[in-house]
Design a protein around this ligand. Structure first.
Ligand code: ATP
Length: 232
């Protein structure tokens, strides 16, 4: 589903004229198979978020190849990337990133509106997903009227609503207590099994990584164990 080869990325930091390069991805290669849960594990600052941003096309790499569903995406322009993202990726973030002025229903519905899906279809799809994540009775609640775990369930429903083949999750349980973390991890596993969805989870938490079929370990911008065909 995703093949990444020899990815390099360097940030320039510091004042203009006095910038210094910070290499963050130093030749990363990895594969994510269809229907897999893959975890990318690493300490803070190891480059996990940068890798996810490059994978999703929020950021262009300096060099290297990113293939998603058979298409090379590293060279797409911003508009092409945005379209490609909407069709191929759903996102789950540590801090949920729900729109505070929209209800649970409206938050889940938003990506379908952006795609121009008619309202009857939107209603059916959003209702189906809110049921799937156990929140149909909370449809008209605003994010601040929901617990952290419930907010993350809304954001999972939103990630799934356009039927993307891949869900990219950035520390999906990072803001949750350990019991709620287990609930969310079980939900991810059940969605993976029932829908055959592919998940890429970046985390520093080994317990979260343990739900993955395969793990890659990033250290200082390099995969230190694992790699194509040798994930641990
Ligand atoms: N926009 C940016 N400009 C300059 N440096 C950046 C930028 N984004 C990230 N970095 C640097 O790149 C390195 C890797 O950051 P990244 O966010 O990818 O790590 P991470 O493993 O996701 O960390 P965390 O778990 O804390 O989120 C860090 O040293 C960080 O300071």
């Amino acid at each position: 589903m995703i093949q990444i080869q020899d990815l390099h990325h360097t940030f320039l930091i510091g004042k203009r004229g006095k910038e210094r390069p910070i290499p963050v991805l130093k030749g990363v290669s990895l594969e994510v198979g269809k229907g897999e849960i893959v975890a990318i594990v690493g300490k803070s600052g190891s480059g996990k978020s940068t890798l996810l941003h490059v994978m999703a096309g929020f950021m262009s790499p300096d060099s290297g190849s990113v293939r998603v569903a058979g298409k090379e995406t590293a060279g797409l322009n911003e508009t092409e990337h945005a379209e490609f993202r909407l069709d191929h990726f759903g996102f789950i973030f540590q801090n949920f990133q729900l729109m505070p002025g929209l209800t649970a229903f409206e938050n889940v519905e938003l990506p379908l509106k952006l795609k121009g899906v008619p309202s009857t279809q939107r209603y059916l799809k959003v209702t189906e997903l809110l049921k799937k994540v156990g929140l149909i009775d909370y449809s008209d609640h605003y994010p601040n009227e929901l617990s952290g775990g419930q907010q993350q369930r809304v954001s999972i429903a939103r990630a799934l609503v356009t039927d993307p083949p891949v869900i990219l999750a950035d520390e999906p349980t990072g803001s949750l207590d350990s019991e709620t973390e287990q609930d969310i991890l079980m939900l991810i596993q059940s969605l993976n099994q029932s829908l055959g969805l592919t998940f890429v989870i970046i985390t520093h938490d080994e317990e979260v990584a343990n739900i993955a079929h395969r793990k890659y370990r990033l250290h200082d911008g390099e995969l230190v164990t694992g790699g194509v065909g040798h994930a641990v």
